[in-house]
Ligand binder design. Structure first.
Ligand SMILES: [Mg+2]
Length: 379
């Protein structure tokens, strides 16, 4: 596969509502789409899921764009990759050299893998993971931080529309009270919470309060910077949290995961292709979880279907701990970037497992939503 050209699109997708977490509120999703083209006229698409500001990880879309332009694209443009191993090699090198920008690496990897899949007529995820996908997956809905009455109506609506797994974004301000009320009204649903690192370590008692609510997991409760901070936290505070602890933005690499596992800190892993530096790295992380009795499930960013479809397919591997953060495209966006878009019927989605993404990129919509583009050609 000769990499002939790469195009970067800076795309703005207006949201139907303001999505609020402990760290930020998002009304408009700016994202980077990468299109790679080979010498036979095959195209592949990937998405860089970094945000405008560094609230989630340090990588912003401005940083991603610059790293792609300066380092990653020049390293692959005009090169020939004879097989997936050659591509794997360079992506592994990127993930080591550009550890702080896994989302840029993942976006480029996804685009190149997609071209390779188009050339060889296979599904990207199925091929990378080397295992067949299940036919359908269940829906999982994420509730942003919202007033209690609105939250109860939100959960009521989704449960009545066949969703049996809800994840609630919480803050130290009123997280416990809200989740208590939801659990009381819906005693049987799979309920998880995500604090996005908003509770101070000394708030450990507030996190222990959730022990009695039969949560499937509590995601990123503490305000920390690294997995080492968790190790310190567990050492210095009396650990009385019994809800399974789930990791998201604190773990960016396999070595972070190994470090946490060695100290017995990680119960559950939230898998996101962008945060983890691409599908190859994701595959290794899922394998490590399987080998070390760590439960994993598939998360999702606020992202277009170009990235989300990979997560839909990963959620079909068959041994996820719970339903993923995966719901209809139309819940967030007026229009998405693939045909078909992501849609669940009566709480389940038929997993698209055709060539590449399993869906066709809507070029017209991509061009319509693009604010600017930059094209790189091989010499
Ligand atoms: Mg999270």
């Amino acid at each position: 596969m000769f990499v002939k050209a790469i195009t970067l699109y800076f795309v703005g997708m207006p949201l139907k509502f303001s999505f609020v977490t402990a760290q930020t509120a998002i009304d408009y999703r700016n994202t980077i789409i990468i299109c790679a083209e080979d010498d036979q006229g095959n195209y592949g698409y990937g998405e860089v899921v970094s945000f405008d500001t560094p609230f989630y990880t340090k990588e912003t879309n401005k940083i991603s764009w610059n790293v792609l332009k300066k380092y990653l694209i020049p390293a692959v443009l005009g090169k020939t990759f004879n097989n997936e191993h050659a591509l794997h090699e360079i992506i592994t090198m990127f993930n080591t050299a550009h550890r702080d920008t896994p989302m840029a690496v993942a976006g480029l990897e996804n685009a190149l893998l997609h071209v390779m899949a188009a050339r060889n007529q296979y599904n990207t995820v199925e091929y990378c993971m080397k295992q067949p996908l299940q036919n359908t997956i269940p829906m999982g809905v994420v509730a942003g931080d919202m007033p209690l009455s609105q939250l109860l109506s939100f959960v009521e609506y989704h449960v009545s529309h066949y969703c049996t797994r809800i994840k609630i974004k919480i803050t130290p301000y009123d997280g416990y009270e809200k989740v208590c009320a939801v659990r009381k009204r819906f005693p049987d649903i799979d309920l998880a919470v995500d604090a996005n690192r908003s509770y101070a370590p000394q708030d450990i008692d507030k996190i222990a309060q959730f022990n009695t609510l039969n949560l499937i997991c509590i995601e990123e409760p503490f305000k920390v910077h690294s997995i080492n901070d968790y190790i310190e936290l567990k050492r210095n505070y009396h650990w009385r949290v019994t809800t399974p602890l789930c990791f998201d933005e604190t773990i960016l690499t396999l070595s972070d995961l190994i470090e946490g596992a060695q100290h017995n800190i990680i119960d559950v892993m939230n898998i996101k292709v962008g945060r983890l530096g691409g599908l190859y790295q994701t595959k290794q992380i899922i394998q490590f979880c399987r080998d070390h009795n760590i439960r994993y499930w598939i998360g999702s960013m606020l992202e277009s279907s170009i990235s989300k479809l990979l997560h839909v397919q990963l959620a079909a591997l068959g041994d996820s701990y719970m339903a993923g953060d995966l719901s209809d495209s139309k819940r967030y966006f007026y229009a998405d970037l693939t045909h078909p878009a992501i849609e669940f019927i009566k709480g389940r989605m038929k997993v698209p497992c055709g060539v590449g993404l399993g869906a066709v990129v809507d070029i017209e919509e991509l061009n319509k939503l693009s604010q600017y583009t930059e094209v790189f050609h091989s010499n």
